[in-house]
Design a protein around this ligand. Structure first.
Ligand code: UT7
Length: 329
């Protein structure tokens, strides 16, 4: 049912002040700036303060998105926080964001689809706006991955950073819909390639599991890499086909920022040159669910996208999950 169209009314982002550079990591594990930049494209990442939680970052990004939308928190009627690093197992992180924004009595939920979380949330949020069930929806994706990263494991600690990115969705007349197409998917056969083994109900925290570091992110990087490129290309192609848009018409591909080699391969296979693929991984590393909205906010605030231009977002991550969304700005 399509009672309304959907538009991104405003974007916002936030990155914590502290920066962890490749040179800093060289002093922590056996690695080199040369290895990290050539294999991943990452030069530095932001790290949250010890007392700064995921909800603090989501709230900052959310405030900026509201301001850009010309709204206040009182205008919201739903908050969704996609994250794999919630403040607590429960209550859900969106309730903390609600408290910090000071907006009473609206529904709030957190959700987890790892690095694809923002695009999962966009599909859900846009669908709810489209039916008329909710009007102004804040999606504030945030991650404090540093809290779940083993800084003695060079396979993972060079990759991840903290940050947040947010959008406010609002209804527009059905004929002016800006959400062209969306596709999300998952393949649970690959749950163990990228995960945090302990801390949930399957493996509750014990002293033994803590000693083994099972509460940290584990990744089979090479295997994930191989699956990422085709999944992202397939999802992106599916939404372009559904919308009847060719890749030449896309102004910006905003991919999940996990690795420049993955981004380059996806851009190439979609026939999009470097001038149409937005990459900011050098400054943030992989911020999981936050990476796409953080990049989108940069594109918007730099004035790089004009009204009517097509923006294609595509993600891939733990689950394994993936997603793609095409919007007309
Ligand atoms: O965001 C969710 C989705 N995640 C992804 O999409 C990530 C996908 N995977 C990747 O981006 C890449 O696989 C990594 C960046 C994680 C790793 O790059 P790679 O080219 O696949 O390297 P590798 O894991 O095959 O390791 C190559 C070598 C190994 O040494 P040997 O066995 O060849 O002697 C590693 O031990 O590089 C070594 N290595 C490192 N060396 C220096 C691994 N990490 C490091 C490091 N510094 N930080």
């Amino acid at each position: 049912m399509k009672a309304f169209g959907v538009q991104v009314a405003g974007t916002g982002s936030y990155a914590p002040a502290r920066i962890l550079s490749n040179a800093d990591l060289e002093r922590m594990v056996e690695t080199s700036d040369e290895w990290i930049t050539t294999r991943t494209g990452i030069r530095e990442r932001h790290i949250a303060a010890p007392d700064e939680a995921t909800s603090d970052m989501a709230t900052q990004a959310g405030r900026r998105a509201l301001e850009a939308a010309g709204m206040t928190a009182a205008d919201l009627d739903l908050i969704i926080v996609p994250t794999l690093t919630p403040d607590h197992p429960f209550p859900n992180t969106a309730c903390y964001v609600q408290k910090k924004l000071g907006v009473p009595r609206i529904p709030c939920f957190g959700m987890e689809a790892a690095c694809s979380g923002f695009l999962y949330a966009l599909e859900i949020g846009a669908s709810l706006v489209r039916t008329g069930a909710h009007r102004n929806v804040l999606i504030a994706a945030a991650e404090k991955l540093s809290a779940f990263t083993d800084y003695s494991d060079r396979n993972t600690c060079v990759l991840f950073g903290d940050g947040a990115g947010a959008v406010v969705l609002r209804p527009v007349p059905a004929g002016e819909d800006r959400f062209m197409a969306s596709a999300i998917g998952a393949e649970g056969a690959h749950t163990d390639l990228l995960h945090i083994p302990a801390g949930g109900s399957a493996q509750p925290i014990t002293h033994e599991r803590l000693d083994q570091g099972l509460h940290f992110i584990k990744m089979e990087g090479r295997e994930v890499f191989k699956l990422a490129v085709p999944a992202m290309v397939d999802a992106a192609t599916a939404v372009l086909t559904e919308a009847g848009i060719s890749s030449e018409q896309v102004r910006w591909l905003i991919p999940h920022q996990a690795n420049t080699r993955i981004i380059d391969a996806v851009g190439k296979r979609l026939g999009l040159g470097e001038d149409r693929v937005y990459v900011n991984i050098a400054r943030y590393g992989n911020t999981s669910a936050a990476s796409i909205p953080l990049a989108l906010d940069e594109v918007v605030r730099k004035g790089l996208v004009q009204r009517g231009e097509y923006v294609l977002m595509v993600a891939f991550g733990g689950g394994l999950t993936w997603g793609a969304t095409l919007i007309r700005w």
